[in-house]
Design a protein around this ligand. Sequence first.
Ligand code: M6R
Length: 615
Amino acid sequence: MCGIIGYIGEKNASPILIQGLRKLEYRGYDSAGVAIQDGDTIARVRSVGKIENLAARAATEKLPGTVGIAHTRWATHGGVTEENAHPHTDQSESLVLVHNGIVENYREIKEQLGSEHIYNSETDSEILAHLIGEHIKESDGKLTEESFRLAVECALKEVRGTYGLVVMHKDVPDYLIVARMGSPLVIGVGTDGYYIASDATPMLAYTKKVIFLEDGEIACVSKTDMQTFNLKDECVVKCVEEIEWNQEQAEKQGYEDFMLKEIHDQPTVFEDAIRGRFNVEEGTAHLGGLNMTEEEMHSVKRIVLIACGTASYASMVGKYAFERLAGIPTEVDVASEFRYRDPIIDKHTLVFGVSQSGETADTLAALREAKRKGAFVRGIVNVVGSTIARETDGGTYIHAGPELAVASTKAYTNMVAILLLYALQFGRLKRVALATGERMLHALLEIPQKMNEILDTAEQIKTIAKVYANYDHMFFIGRGINYPVALEGSIKLKEISYIHSEAYPGGELKHGPMALLSEDFPVFGIMTKDQLYDKMRSNIEEVRARKAPVILIASQGDDTAKELGEHVMYTPKTMELLQPLLNTVILQLFSYYVAKELGRDVDRPRNLAKSVTVE
Ligand code: M6R
């Protein structure tokens, strides 16, 4: 995700900012930029690609000055271009800002600003710069520190969405305004000045004394002082904290591994995935990237979801959703099989390629094949500007942010989120009632809170995981919507713990696999209250009769589950189609703690690569 670094103080800003950007590289980015203030001029340099490109250009331009802001961009609105890279300016080019987050109502703001505003980028951030600039124009007389701050406050009151923001203005030298809503910002208190960044990593070389800004706070920072306000313009007293983290711990934001951090990222990035993509009053989703007219949507007779590994298990949840909500026959094809099978595809087929990296060779080849056969081909991808994103004729970014651990966690949940929104969009066009659409959207909005409830039980899950770390084999079983959840639980466990595991639909065990069950072969059942609950209970009884230890995920309030499982982990209830979004988080934590108990390198399991770019 995007990164911010700012500096105001006694030292030359440019090397601090460029070095800071390097420290933020781990967050992922596709372009970067820097702006340095020197008296009443601001010089700006931006560049696509590696920080080294920017560093070379900054070195050529010299960039004197002791105040500046810089940014690494991970594209959301608009492609990867120099124009879209931050910092952005307002209409007068006197104000310069860097922004993390998403301005949801950027279209309305743009309309309100009128046609005299000329934009150089496709970003929501540039519109925000223009909005602040417009408020500055409205303030009478010479721009002062106070009128600058009030203009920023007024603008932010009009913004719907999230921001981590640092702004500077030619007419107010040596003064930075920093604001936060939903996108973290830390202010480092150094002996030579202040450091501002989206996390503590770029300032650790200079200071360990930090102030964490809270949502709705605005800090005004000069070379020697800072003051904090809330959006009601009241002064807020902030505490300086001492952080103990080293560089690596800071990248992981205090978590032991990237995988654990990414599991905990899920409530936040889930919100990023769905934000601005639905309309509760109409009970539907609006995924503009689909690039299809209503007529074309009606012409779709079949949907094919192409993916590998975890992305294919997310796609299986999508299959249930498309069939149930839209009544469109949907299949999930493992990409490596699809490409060699001469699949039956025509112009009435809609193919989605689902991929975190957007570079998986088999998925890419399968999509090219589907395109050749005349299907509508769209991408559901995390990495912006990746090959699949570029080669498909539209689609949707899942906005999970960089996923660095090999085991996919937050990308899975965000893939499911987007597939559910697509299914609703098609469903509303066909047979889903308004009330059902509204209900589903309300349920989606409750998911982050429910994910947090699960994350709060991590210690209990850890205790249970320790009990199962020393078995050699494990089955995961589920039925209906919980069958793909079982598959996902199984791949997670095997890839990071190296324990052999398989997943089956609950009803399938007695057709062969049951022969393996014994006291040494635990079975993990996903048994939440849904249409197939009673059937699943019977399958668990069959397992118990073979003396296999049983671990269960059950719905909160299902006290009878304790009669069936040696260990039960409870999950909050939601709509049946959304239940995988919660149950999977438990399975991720379970696998993580089993692997940790065994001393595995969870972020880099043996024999696996994050992005499989070979066949
Ligand atoms: O980048 P992709 O989503 O296309 O990758 C697909 C699989 O390689 C990936 O999901 C893999 O199964 C993960 N390691 C599972 O955690």
